[in-house]
Design a protein around this ligand. Structure first.
Ligand code: DMJ
Length: 465
């Protein structure tokens, strides 16, 4: 490196480099050259089916497999798994044309899955993972029983909305009794339903799902500040904001995503107007350039003052959302910024302070958002650079997370080698492996022109049966 050139600047000039003692792959300066991606697609499928086999042998029906020990782990309720990873996997297996595995998973669901559980379930997670997982499994396979189960669990979530005086859903509902709890919520957990609920309305003819989901989004939108921003915490019973901080990361992220998605899926112009209004305000009052990179700090929604320059890895999804909603310049720029983080750390830490490019949380729970936005931007532009970036994401995951019985979350991405945790989140089965597969395989069963993937990457449009 020439003297006097700061390391990060040099990396940027070179088009990317590596950290962690040379352990991780480098991004290529030839990023836009075309290449044969089929071997990468085959590797993605091979790794996925290898992990699936271990899940079946060691943890069938568990919410999570513990990939290091081969044990089982619950997600929603301690002591009561409901097959989360399996439900998350069905559409990915189907897109990979792993039909024996699809049949095995669907059979397990038919024989075992019951939502008659006397325990509080988190409404947001149950919706994006279980309603969405079953809805996408139905969309892919056409099996009516999967739709019935999606409707069953969605119906059990409805008291969270209907019992609330504002229409903003409570955070928890007991699936057996309908008892609701925890009104202290946030805009993600009140506003990430319209995709799953909307397709149920479409498929069943019952408008209630769509209407309840949209009404909750409206309550939050109507309370935007004079700057047009939304604080992220809100109270379901009073409708009052509980804080002042606006963020495109959690817990703000998928509220914005589902405004756009509601428009894309159902042609709802009002949702599009809400999305445009909020996005214009975010770009005006939240965007910040730092060392020629675009970032979205947390700001005070009432004054616009910057509160924190921490950037959650989950916020990387926003690059794709900006791109797909027609803000390609900003979407690319934000992906470029996260690409610098990938080049700097290999695996992107859970959060970084971009003003110092230092990790403020060194873990990474197999987060898919960088690959998510690479996929969305590739769909929008066809630019090979996004495949290159996603390929590096995949390679780095293989090098750091692969373990005895599957893929493990990382406790510290800066350790050499990165230290692993004995857990694999359910979304791993639905998100990044699907994005990689769709990016690299030219999948026969996917309509690349007309499709929709939910915030959990559940395919609710575009399955070609
Ligand atoms: C997933 O469950 C969904 O993408 C959700 O919207 C937030 N992020 C996790 C994965 O990181």
């Amino acid at each position: 490196m020439p003297r006097g050139v700061p390391r990060r600047t040099a990396l940027r000039l070179l088009g990317g480099a590596t950290v962690a003692g040379g352990l991780l792959a480098m991004s290529s300066p030839m990023a836009s050259a075309r290449r044969d991606w089929k071997p990468v697609a085959e590797a993605v499928r091979r790794e996925y089916l290898w992990a699936w086999q271990h899940y079946v042998e060691r943890a069938l029906g568990a919410d999570h497999i513990k990939p290091i020990s081969g044990g089982r782990e619950d997600f929603f309720v301690e002591g009561h798994s409901i097959g989360l990873s399996l439900v998350e996997a069905v559409d990915t297996l189907w897109l990979m044309e792993a039909d024996a595995e699809v049949q095995q998973a669907v059979q397990w669901i038919k024989d075992n899955l019951s939502f008659d559980v006397d325990a509080p379930f988190q409404v947001f997670e149950t919706n994006i993972r279980m309603v969405g997982g079953l809805a996408s499994a139905y969309h892919c396979t056409g099996d009516q029983r999967l739709l019935e189960l999606a409707v069953d669990v969605a119906d059990r979530l409805l008291p969270a909305f209907t019992e609330s005086p504002t229409g903003l859903p409570y955070r928890y509902v007991n699936l057996a009794t309908g008892a609701v709890s925890v009104p202290e919520t946030n805009i993600v957990e009140i506003g990430t339903y319209i995709a799953e609920f909307g397709v149920l309305s479409e498929w069943t003819g019952d408008r209630r799902y769509f209407d309840l989901a949209k009404q909750a989004m409206r309550v939050a939108f109507d309370k935007r500040t004079e700057l047009g921003l939304l604080p992220h915490d809100i109270h379901a019973e009073t409708g009052e904001w509980r804080n002042r901080q606006a963020t495109v990361g959690p817990p703000g992220d998928s509220y914005y995503e589902y405004l756009w998605d509601g428009y894309v899926l159902f042609g709802d112009e009002e949702l599009r107007q809400w999305y445009d209004t909020l996005t214009d305000a975010i770009l005006a009052h939240q965007a910040e350039r730092h060392q020629n990179l675009l970032w979205f700090p947390q700001v005070d929604a009432f004054t616009g003052d910057v509160l924190s320059r921490d950037q959650s890895v989950l916020a990387a999804f926003y690059a794709g959302l900006l791109g797909e909603s027609g803000r390609l310049t900003e979407g690319r720029a934000y992906h470029d910024a996260f690409n610098i983080v990938q080049d700097e750390f290999g695996v992107i830490p859970t959060s970084v302070d971009y003003s110092t490019m230092s990790a403020t949380d060194r873990s990474n729970a197999l987060r898919p958002e960088f690959a998510d936005s690479a996929f969305m931007l590739w769909l929008a532009t066809g630019d090979e650079i996004f495949r290159e970036r996603a390929n590096l994401h995949f390679e780095n995951m293989l090098k750091t997370s692969k373990t005895t019985y599957g893929f493990a979350s990382l406790a510290d991405v800066t350790a050499n080698p990165p230290s692993q945790e004995d857990t694999c989140p359910g979304y791993w089965w639905s998100e990044q492996m699907k994005y990689y597969w769709l990016l690299f395989s030219d999948a026969q069963r996917f309509d690349y022109q007309n499709n929709y993937l939910s915030t959990e990457a559940n395919v609710l449009r575009g399955a070609r049966r």
